[in-house]
Ligand binder design. Structure first.
Ligand code: ACM
Length: 514
């Protein structure tokens, strides 16, 4: 009998212990944090827990309500958000903004301290608090992501996470020109990318196949230019109000929107909308194919520049970020002697608007202004030239970072001109060592573009982006010396169930033991 009681005790003890025996350092977090130190015991979120904004600051309150909105549905807890100066209560989550906390955390870093009594997220800036709560989400069981009440316990092992990014620019791009995506789709994609601490959303707003943003001074851009997309069908555009809404939605998730108007090539939708943008004054037909490199605005007309200035002025006014992307890629029918002065003028116009230029790597052929950025996608020698001219580079090498590349020969949509891009390949590259002549200090960050010639639904965007975008997020966040594929793939495997709860249509790559 005594043995039986002891055994029973052991069974009960060991099962409850098993429940909370995971050490903090064993929890799979992506992107991998800078440091994780396990503590003793665990924290339990309960129906008595509160979210406490310790700093009197509207940004902290916004992050607090974002956290509450994420945790409330699955837990069923009210999690009231309160402003408080004291941190004496137990069972609560404290959000603390302190300019003088820990300088190593920088603008986007955070310290997450979990004890059996409380959780504290500490940061210098609200961006750090946002990143801290993304990590916090991953510490709860996958069911935390559910939109309906789940019966689970919400226990997190104790310890301290100190974390900050390697690169300041961690971007993802969506081509809404080849196929149009609704505001709801765009927000959904932004929300998913923000989970992994991406902080730049580059939106490719114009191309041969469509113009996607309302410009009040030049209404035909949308009245005509938005009516096409690849393969025909119903296309569309964002009103200025909708675009501002996207910008604000992204900002609340620590994401800066970078709008791109692709110039001087990739411009058939503009050339169809306004005849005067063509050197022969003849409007082009709308285009629904997938060729590239056959269009150019007329670079020799002064009116072209005032038109573009009008457009960029309205777009600049809608985007608080420091950058405007002017494209500049694949302008094969613009003579090089016209292309260079054109890109030079674009830089003057953008500087007048108080912004910096980003352009695809071809813009390195122009006279780069200080603070113009080169986005490496195709030609390494262009990117090196940009560096030699003093520019910093955004790394989007097509063969590693283009998420519209097929995973393998069996992928039913996507392209393969840069090769197949499996999950390992998209993770297992080092931004500072893939191009000789481009070093760590020359790199602003990384970006994962997704082009949509062959992709027309958000479910298919999810399939191409996930899980590769998660890997690119880690490439941007975590220094290359601290990451390996063999260790990463184990952490990625554990994201599968979380993505399932979120309803994300990820590609179940055989490289991962999901
Ligand atoms: C590009 O892929 N043409 C930038």
């Amino acid at each position: 009998m005594r043995i039986f009681i002891i055994l029973l005790f052991l069974i009960i003890f060991s099962s409850s212990y098993a429940n909370s025996s995971t050490q903090l350092a064993e929890v799979a977090i992506i992107p991998k944090p800078f440091s994780v130190v396990s503590g003793k015991g665990s924290f339990a979120l309960t129906d008595k827990s509160k979210i406490c904004a310790v700093s009197h600051n509207i940004e902290v309150n916004k992050i607090g309500s974002l956290l509450r909105n994420k945790l409330r549905p699955a837990t069923g807890f009210m999690l009231p958000l309160i402003e408080t100066a004291d941190q004496k209560g137990t069972g609560n989550i404290y959000l603390v903004l302190s300019q003088s906390s820990i300088s190593a955390l920088g603008d986007e870093g955070y310290q997450l301290t979990i004890t059996p009594d409380r959780i504290e997220v500490l940061a210098n800036k609200s961006a750090g608090l946002f990143n801290g709560i993304q990590t916090l989400r991953q510490l709860f069981s996958d069911k935390i992501e559910a939109l309906t009440h789940q019966s689970d316990s919400w226990i997190i092992p104790a310890g301290v996470i100190r974390d900050f990014p390697e690169y300041a620019y961690r971007g993802f791009m969506l081509d809404v020109a080849r196929h149009f995506f609704s505001v709801a789709d765009v927000k959904h994609y932004i929300d998913l990318a923000s989970m992994y601490k991406m902080n730049v959303f580059h939106i490719h707003l114009s191309d041969d196949q469509g113009w996607r943003i309302e410009i009040k001074k030049w209404p035909e851009l949308t009245a005509t230019g938005s009516k096409s997309q690849v393969g025909g069908g119903k296309a569309g555009f964002y009103t200025q109000e909708q675009f501002r809404d996207i910008v604000q939605y992204a900002a609340s998730r620590n994401i800066t929107v970078i709008p791109e108007i692709d110039l001087p090539g990739h411009t058939t939708a503009m050339l169809a909308s306004y005849a005067q943008l063509n050197c022969d004054n003849k409007a082009r037909d709308l285009y629904t194919g997938t060729e590239v490199g056959f269009s150019t605005v007329c670079t020799s007309k002064e009116s072209t520049y005032s038109f573009i200035e009008d457009v960029l002025k309205e777009i600049s006014a809608m985007t608080p970020g420091a950058y405007l992307h002017i494209g500049g890629d694949e302008s094969h029918v613009t003579k090089i002697e016209d292309y260079i002065p054109f890109v030079n003028r674009m830089q003057v116009i953008v500087a007048k608007l108080g912004k910096h230029v980003i352009g695809w790597d071809e813009i390195a052929l122009s006279d780069l202004k200080p603070n113009s950025f080169v986005q490496y996608w195709g030609k390494a020698e262009n990117a090196v030239l940009g560096v030699q001219k003093g520019a910093k580079v955004i790394m989007s090498p097509a063969m590693y970072a283009y998420l519209d590349m097929k995973y393998d020969s069996l992928t039913t949509f996507g392209l393969n001109w840069a090769g197949y891009l499996d999950v390992q390949k998209s993770y297992d590259w080092i931004p500072e060592s893939i191009v000789p002549g481009i070093k760590r200090e020359n790199i602003l960050g990384v970006e994962a573009p997704i082009w949509t010639e062959s992709i027309s639904t958000m479910k298919n965007i999810e399939y191409m982006a996930f899980p590769r975008i998660i890997g690119i997020a880690e490439v941007g966040w975590c220094s290359s010396s601290r990451r390996t594929w063999s260790e990463y793939k184990l952490r990625l495997a554990k994201q599968g169930d979380r993505l399932k709860v979120l309803g994300v249509n990820y590609y179940p790559s055989k490289q991962i033991a999901w």
